[in-house]
Ligand binder design. Structure first.
Ligand SMILES: C[S@@+](CC[C@H](N)C(=O)[O-])C[C@H]1O[C@@H](n2cnc3c(N)ncnc32)[C@H](O)[C@@H]1O
Length: 342
């Protein structure tokens, strides 16, 4: 089996993925390399199944070298048989039947790749996925340093960021790998009191509840339908005893002053939820109320697309920005802010 792998990660969160990769046993630490924005390669000698537990990556691929001058040569008997064997090995690791597949490559809609897709579809008895990816997803990449091509096979039927606990999915729900990254940026310890304002369907606190520590976590949102959706997800996440949900306004919460060490917020940003006009007064009000309920030196990790507005609102608040990072989320570019209470 291959022991060279590629992790696809959210652009802007590569360093967080590297830290998680380094924490795995059987990881060849010197081999870890960010080869370009959003992609990390490494050698791992443990069970491939262990890589599926990673929470900071979108997908993991095994890498297979083919000594061929151009993709068409993959259809030669020996190479094609080898590829089919590799794919069948992968399919056997999945419990659910696979019905669709896709190919990612520069020129993936060219006649050559159409032919490759056709042959794979016939041989594997799989349909070509309408979304271009499907359950079995292969990528063809020209080998960078040597001659030949590499075929990358995704190790999971769905992206790892599609968590099994996400039963209720609403437009505007946060990508779970981003939520995981936010929990890492907060640098939480076991004694921390943690609240998530504007908690929506519960993504951030479900990710937090899967950390090493058992915190009592509080989620607050002003929309009871959101809280209902979150209840379903939180139950599916298995840690419902740790998370208490509160219906309330983030501008005027029911919490005591100086109560929390860590505050999270995925703020309404006027795309699916809220509007820019509302946010002009909402953001300063939320920052002010968060400062009230925060302990001294508390950390506030927030994400928003309204970068300028949030930035300006912080300057007139009791918070100081200690870190920012812009990420690329399927073409959207929200920013994560890490703030410290003045
Ligand atoms: C971007 S969504 C959060 C999505 C969430 N992270 C998730 O993964 O489902 C913003 C949330 O803020 C909530 N919200 C908007 N204004 C609020 C306010 N004044 N007080 C509390 N929650 C508010 C909305 O109901 C919505 O659930």
């Amino acid at each position: 089996m291959a022991n060279q792998y590629e992790a696809e990660v959210i652009i802007g969160l590569e360093d967080i993925a590297v830290i998680e990769l380094k924490s795995l046993q059987n990881m060849d630490l010197p081999s870890i390399e960010i080869i370009r924005a959003g992609f990390i390669r490494f050698i791992f000698t443990g069970k491939a199944q262990d890589l599926l537990k990673l929470r900071s990556v979108i997908a993991i691929y095994s890498i297979h070298n083919f000594d061929i001058p151009r993709p068409k040569a993959i259809l030669g008997h020996q190479n094609f048989t080898h590829l089919i064997n590799l794919i069948n090995d992968q399919l056997q690791t999945w419990n659910n039947p696979t019905t669709t597949f896709g190919i990612g490559a520069a020129g993936s809609s060219s006649s050559v790749f159409e032919r490759i897709k056709h042959e794979l579809s016939q041989t594997l008895d799989l349909n070509i996925a309408e979304d271009g990816k499907g359950e079995l997803f292969l990528r063809f990449i020209r080998h960078k340093n040597q001659q030949g091509w590499q075929v990358l096979i995704r190790l999971s039927q769905r992206p790892l960021s599609t968590r099994p606990w996400r039963i209720q999915n609403i437009p505007g729900a946060l990508n779970a790998t981003v939520a995981y990254a936010m929990t890492q940026l907060a640098n939480v310890n076991c004694k921390n009191h943690i609240v998530n304002i504007c908690s929506g369907t519960g993504t951030i606190l479900i990710e937090q509840s899967h950390s090493d520590f058992e915190h009592k976590l509080i989620a607050l949102d002003n929309d009871h339908l959101m809280l209902e959706s979150a209840t379903t997800n939180i139950r599916a996440g298995g840690n419902d005893k740790l998370i208490t949900q509160v219906l309330g306004d983030a501008q005027q919460t029911p919490f005591k002053s100086g109560q929390f060490d860590v505050i999270y917020a995925d703020l309404p940003f006027g795309h699916h939820i809220g509007s820019h006009d509302t946010n002009e007064w909402l953001y300063p009000a939320i920052l002010s109320e968060s400062a009230r309920i925060a302990k001294d030196n508390a950390v506030f990790v927030a994400i928003t697309h309204e970068i300028n507005l949030f930035d300006q609102s912080v300057t007139i608040s009791d918070w100081t920005i200690t870190q920012t990072r812009q990420i690329n989320l399927s073409g959207l570019h929200p920013q994560i802010f890490v703030l410290e209470r003045n």
